[in-house]
Design a protein around this ligand. Structure first.
Ligand code: ATP
Ligand code: MG
Length: 276
């Protein structure tokens, strides 16, 4: 008995809560299928996304990228399969369920209010309040203070948060949308095509910011068509083809041609890359 006891104690000492948690993926998608009527948008997708990694989802039009993102953000519920967050099974009936579990989504249209300033956009719908119940009012001082902290400290952008969003560049607008996600203090941020409408410089700005957030420990899932940028910034790249996850590559073991072949044929067995 005493031998067993001491063994257990040693095991407990060896596996602190931190290592236990670190052992679980941040997000796990298990055997997820999503059908819209007869269309199979996702076909038995199983995928682990690790804490603080930048995971890129690529694939041709209609491959299922947005659908997978929408299943993770609670917009769609899966027809079959299970989602785990930090090793715990979760069920999302709507985006606020995902939000309650630390998952924020930045949609392609950004949904910013052009004639309102940066701070108001960041805290729209969840302003810090003072007072109680019907006598509460927006605490603008805290709103501006926290917005400044998000833009400066978390995103590294020295902007005047009283600037109306209509005056911002495309890259800055994207960062305000990321700032709004950060206001909910998520540990996962999902972004749909964050750089698709951006100039080269703005793309770099957004990518550098996402790198920085990942370094802070936030898990980033990006849907992107920009394969070069994905190769430069992602830790892993998942390729969807006709609803199936056909491969997961690390940037250093693949290249533009190979990813293109995977995206357009779903396989590397066709030998197209061997043709000279
Ligand atoms: N709400 C919906 N109702 C019916 N079919 C849908 C719906 N959403 C997606 N689909 C279908 O599911 C499949 C996957 O679509 P999805 O939007 O996930 O692809 P995608 O990879 O995001 O493509 P894109 O690069 O064009 O954005 C497509 O065949 C699409 O037509
Ligand atoms: Mg899409």
């Amino acid at each position: 008995m005493s031998v067993e006891d001491s063994g257990t104690a040693e095991q407990e000492a060896a596996s602190s809560p931190a290592t236990d948690e670190a052992g679980e993926p941040k997000l796990r998608v298990e055997n997820i299928t999503k059908q819209f009527g007869r269309i199979v948008a996702l076909d038995d997708v199983t995928l682990d996304i690790q804490e603080a990694e930048i995971f890129a989802l690529v694939g041709d039009n209609g491959a299922g990228k947005s659908t997978l993102m929408n299943v993770l953000s609670g917009v769609h519920s899966a027809t079959k399969g299970t989602i785990y967050k930090d090793g715990r099974e979760v069920h999302f009936s709507n985006p606020s369920d995902a939000r309650d579990n630390g998952i924020e989504t930045v949609y392609q249209d950004l949904a910013l209010m052009d004639d309102l300033d940066i701070a108001t956009n960041i805290f729209m719908g969840q302003f810090p309040k003072r007072g109680l119940g019907p006598f509460s009012f927006i605490d603008w001082e805290t709103t501006y203070e926290q917005s400044r902290a998000i833009m400066m400290d978390q995103l590294g952008r020295d902007v005047d948060i009283k600037t109306e969003v209509e005056f911002l560049s495309g890259g800055q607008r994207q960062l305000v949308a990321v700032g709004r996600a950060l206001a909910f203090d998520p540990d996962v941020i999902i972004l749909d095509e964050p750089t698709s409408a951006l100039s080269v410089d703005a793309t770099r700005l957004v990518q550098d910011t996402l790198d920085r957030l990942a370094e802070e420990g936030i898990t980033i899932v990006i849907v992107s068509h920009n394969i070069e940028s994905v190769l430069a910034h992602a830790d892993r790249i998942g390729v969807l083809y006709q609803g199936r996850l056909v491969d997961i590559k690390q940037p250093e073991e693949t290249d533009l041609e190979e990813l293109n072949e995977l995206m357009t044929t779903g396989t590397l067995d066709a030998g197209l890359l061997d043709d000279d």
